[in-house]
Design a protein around this ligand. Structure first.
Ligand code: HEC
Ligand code: HEC
Ligand code: HEC
Ligand code: HEC
Ligand code: HEC
Ligand code: HEC
Ligand code: HEC
Length: 373
């Protein structure tokens, strides 16, 4: 974005804030006396060139000088005249910082306003300061009074990675708190696409180690990075340098078998069906189930039962379900189903994981060794 365009948008957005936001009470009080007014004649005459509204608009709405007598909250101060006598709210609409009820219903909430205006934080900085801690024009800091703070009371700017999505009260540098639940539109249910299976992937203990954001997304360094704030509120799935690409049955590996071809995943995410296909993680590996395409927002558990990524979900025992393809199915895995005897670093005799960091880690853990396969 060029500097020129920037200045232009700021100029456009600031008046917009006011036109759409300030509401006036219907019945204006009649001036009590016509003498000894501190302000110039015409100060409350909308037709006059001296009208206070025009004065402030010409001065970029810099109301700092008014505060001296009308108080910093514009409620009266030494002047005894509150701006709210005539203005229902100033300068923002009354619902601007209301208890948030959701982005779809709460259209006057300041976050919704920002979302609907392409996240133009610069328009806010003109009054609230470049670091949002209050500026020359307005002392109101975004971080004070418990707003824009984490659970520990540490302040964080409204541009923090967990403001617009993720856990709003999470610590600014807690990467995992940046992800949904709580999408851009405020959804929190796993059946909605923006939430989907984030938590099962990010919570240590489901099937493997935590899966970092970069496995599936391009992660911006700051919110304003190119490609981050799209206009469709749908995230991009990129799989850059990801576990999803791991190639198996390479000729250099110990377990190489020339009766099988090379397994070379080409991960894709289909945002019409919200499913991933051809990923190493979900089955595109030697003796696995390469055609399996898990659905992101299916919360029934069906996408992760034993046998989905490797084995056969229709078999009756857990071990048989998990057992990768052996010779009878065109594979090469030994047809022995006491898994722990050979994969004891990963599972126990009851097929409970003993070390999840070694499952779906891109390596074969067998006979107490860790190797490519
Ligand atoms: C006596 C009633 C009255 C009081 C008190 C008053 N205003 Fe106004 N103000 C008005 C009217 C009427 C308008 C014109 C609104 C319009 O044209 O739609 C206005 C317009 C404005 C505007 C121009 C932006 C806009 O919405 O059109 C600003 C800014 C403004 N007032 C700020 C203030 C501030 C700050 C105070 C307190 C220090 C204050 N006003 C007190 C009546 C008042
Ligand atoms: C030096 C103190 C002082 C400053 C600074 C000041 N005001 Fe006032 N203002 C007053 C007082 C006192 C009144 C009460 C009426 C009077 O005595 O003129 C008043 C009244 C008003 C009224 C109502 C006028 C009426 O006739 O009903 C408006 C509107 C207003 N001020 C707007 C502003 C705005 C906007 C600013 C900043 C640009 C501002 N004032 C700065 C002292 C001040
Ligand atoms: C022209 C100056 C100005 C601009 C631009 C501005 N604000 Fe404000 N803001 C104020 C003032 C003045 C107050 C204090 C109002 C009060 O005390 O009631 C305030 C208060 C707030 C509050 C506290 C709630 C309230 O109404 O008191 C929030 C939240 C807020 N602003 C958010 C924003 C956001 C978000 C933007 C950008 C989209 C923004 N502001 C742009 C002047 C501005
Ligand atoms: C296993 C892959 C995967 C991982 C890991 C992952 N995401 Fe996502 N993410 C997705 C999918 C799939 C979507 C939904 C895309 C769509 O709209 O179809 C999504 C959507 C999102 C959205 C948009 C939510 C909305 O409002 O719709 C955000 C924000 C997001 N992810 C952030 C993160 C962050 C931050 C992390 C790391 C803490 C992360 N994701 C980890 C796959 C992943
Ligand atoms: C101002 C609001 C806002 C802030 C602050 C923000 N995000 Fe986002 N984020 C979004 C929106 C909106 C999307 C969905 C974009 C789309 O429509 O493609 C998104 C999507 C994402 C995604 C999914 C991939 C993508 O780009 O679509 C990731 C990952 C992400 N954000 C990480 C971050 C990180 C890391 C930070 C802090 C550096 C951050 N976000 C700060 C609004 C925000
Ligand atoms: C007799 C030892 C042995 C037993 C028992 C065993 N495995 Fe394996 N496992 C291996 C060997 C050897 C490989 C490497 C095979 C290859 O790549 O051809 C392997 C590889 C795998 C792989 C990676 C895919 C592959 O075939 O290369 C998975 C997944 C796996 N085993 C799961 C299981 C599960 C689940 C069980 C129990 C139901 C099990 N294994 C029982 C020895 C065993
Ligand atoms: C989300 C897909 C997925 C599911 C579901 C899954 N696995 Fe695996 N599993 C893999 C992948 C990928 C490997 C290949 C080796 C690796 O990366 O750890 C593997 C390998 C294994 C191995 C071989 C040891 C090793 O190297 O990790 C065992 C044993 C195993 N899985 C047991 C199970 C059992 C038991 C279940 C059901 C409770 C299960 N797996 C469910 C993806 C999955």
């Amino acid at each position: 974005m060029t500097k020129r365009f920037f200045t232009l948008t700021v100029l456009l957005v600031v008046p917009l804030l006011f036109q759409s936001c300030t509401k006036l009470n219907k019945d204006l009080p009649t001036p009590v006396s016509s003498e000894t007014k501190i302000h110039e004649k015409g100060w409350i005459d909308t037709a006059s060139t001296k009208f206070h509204g025009k004065y402030l608009l010409i001065n970029n709405l810099n109301s700092a000088s008014c505060k001296q007598c009308h108080s910093s909250g514009f409620t009266g101060g030494t002047s005894n005249v509150s701006c709210f006598t005539c203005h229902n709210s100033f300068p923002h609409p009354a619902e601007w910082d209301s208890t948030f009820t959701g982005f779809r219903t709460d259209i006057k909430f300041h976050g919704t306003f920002l979302r609907m205006n392409n996240w133009q934080f610069d328009s806010c900085k003109t009054c609230h300061g470049t670091s949002f801690a209050g500026g020359n024009r307005v002392e109101v800091s975004c971080m004070s009074s418990g707003c824009h703070q984490d659970d520990m009371g540490m302040q964080k700017p409204p541009t923090a990675c967990n403001t617009c999505h993720g856990n709003f009260r999470g610590m600014e540098n807690d990467t995992f708190s940046w992800a949904p639940p709580r999408t851009i539109l405020g959804d929190t249910s796993g059946t909605t696409i923006g939430v989907g299976a984030h938590q099962p992937h990010l919570t240590f203990g489901t099937f493997s180690n935590k899966i970092p954001c970069a496995t599936c997304h391009n992660v911006p360094a700051i919110y304003s990075d190119a490609g981050h704030l799209g206009s469709d509120n749908r995230a991009e799935i990129t799989f850059v340098d990801s576990l999803a690409f791991i190639v198996t049955n390479e000729s250099t590996t110990t377990d190489y078998d020339n009766s099988l071809s090379l397994f070379s995943p080409l991960p894709v995410y289909n945002n019409l069906t919200s499913s991933c296909s051809s990923t190493y993680c979900h089955g595109n590996f030697k003796n696995g189930n390469p055609a399996f395409a898990p659905v992101w927002n299916d919360t029934t558990g069906a996408q992760t039962v034993c046998g989905t990524c490797h084995g056969d979900t229709t078999r009756s025992t857990l071990a048989d379900r998990a057992l990768p393809k052996g010779t009878s199915q065109g594979g090469t895995h030994p047809s022995a189903n006491s898994c722990f005897a050979c994969h004891g670093e990963v599972v126990d005799a009851n097929l409970n994981f003993v070390n999840k960091t070694k499952h779906i880690n891109g390596k074969l853990n067998v006979f107490n060794q860790e190797r490519d396969f």
